[in-house]
Unconditional design. Sequence first.
Length: 76
Amino acid sequence: MGGAGGKTPGLELLQRSVRLSPGDYRTLYALNYAFRDAGKQEERTKILDRLMELELPDDIRRDVELTRIRISVGWE
């Protein structure tokens, strides 16, 4: 069911969407969770860092900040 390299079709589509619109925080935010579900922590961390560079709604910025803290202390 997954594509090359064990990627799911949804993950591949999100990555393609990010390449087409790298500043779309909604797609990056979704990709963050797709990487979490796929167990790709390094890729997820990079996406979280990219998100922090963007203008985000307050609730999403808070969630990204908390996620980064949970990762740093090993809770995720």
